[in-house]
Design a protein around this ligand. Structure first.
Ligand SMILES: NC(=O)c1ccc[n+]([C@@H]2O[C@H](COP(=O)([O-])OP(=O)(O)OC[C@H]3O[C@@H](n4cnc5c(N)ncnc54)[C@H](OP(=O)(O)O)[C@@H]3O)[C@@H](O)[C@H]2O)c1
Length: 257
């Protein structure tokens, strides 16, 4: 039977300084819950920690770049020693605009370094901490954009596809070790990342609602937490159809400027 993780008490979240990560911190914030929160913006991170403290949670923050493998790994290990981690959410990520001549090499490398290497740099040290205990849960934030290569976001959709497939494979690999792995695939969520989009975003939802959906899915140890379902069904269908049919449609989708 699939194990459930109904009430994590020690939780680490990357990219907790805004958007979905901040909303997740608040969603889990409750008396006695230990939250380890990281991001790069110290002031925003302190604001989120303050709000969690007001909910009687016990936040600890660190200003870190997820691309810095050693520093991040050392911090995760330190947090785990102080409060053995029940749940680690690799959420930090970036997207980029495609104005002018399209995605540059620098943009693509930055996106892969943050969205893919950053997730690897978070998940592997977390698994190392959890494995000897034979219990724990890791979650990786992918995207509905990770089901198909989208011309409006080449490196972004590729980075999210890699995270999704890696997470699915790790789930099977770590099952015997008692570690749950969930891949989170949101559609459009209101956050600084989407605030810059000047095109219609179907079924755009609040970060708070997204955080509630994610928390429910994690408690049930869902393999894939994909939402909202109509958009999930649409990308699933697009990814199942032959590219010759879907390419003309996808070429017409708006791009982030
Ligand atoms: N919003 C959506 O519609 C949507 C949909 C699907 C998936 N997602 C994914 O959800 C995750 C959260 O996105 P969001 O919408 O909440 O965007 P957001 O508000 O821009 O938040 C991104 C978070 O990632 C952190 N971050 C970015 N680069 C980092 C780095 N190099 N090192 C450490 N932290 C870094 C940011 O921290 P600082 O600001 O402090 O640097 C921030 O806390 C991302 O992985 C994103 O791809 C979002």
């Amino acid at each position: 039977m699939t194990e459930r993780f109904p009430s994590p008490a020690s939780i680490l979240i990357t990219g907790a300084s805004s958007g979905i990560g901040a909303a997740l911190a608040m969603e889990f914030a409750a008396p006695g819950i230990r939250l380890a929160l990281t991001g790069r913006d110290e002031a925003r991170l302190a604001g989120v920690a303050g709000a969690c403290r007001n909910a009687a949670a016990e936040p600890r923050v660190a200003v870190l770049d997820v691309r810095e493998r050693e520093a991040l790994g050392a911090w995760i290990t330190e947090i785990d020693r102080a409060a053995p981690l029940d749940l680690v959410i690799a959420n930090a990520g970036i997207s980029a605009g495609l104005g002018g001549d399209g995605e540059t090499g620098d943009q693509a490398r930055r996106i892969f370094a943050t969205n893919l290497d950053g997730v690897v740099n978070t998940v592997l040290p977390a698994v190392d901490c959890m494995r000897p205990r034979g219990r724990g849960q890791v979650a990786m934030v992918s995207s509905l954009a990770g089901f198909r290569g989208f011309p409006g976001a080449p490196a972004y959709s590729a980075s999210k596809a890699a995270v999704r497939i890696w997470g699915e494979a790790l789930r099977g690999d770590l099952h015997g070790a008692g570690i749950g792995v969930s891949v989170i695939c949101p559609g459009y969520v209101k956050s600084p990342m989407t605030a810059v989009n000047d095109f219609p975003m179907p079924l755009l939802m609040d970060a708070e609602r997204a955080a509630r959906i994610i928390r429910r899915g994690l408690a049930r140890n869902r393999s894939r937490i994909a939402f909202p379902w109509p958009l999930y069904a649409a990308v699933w269908l697009i990814s199942a159809l032959p590219p010759a049919l879907t390419d003309p449609l996808l070429r017409r989708l708006p791009k982030k400027t």
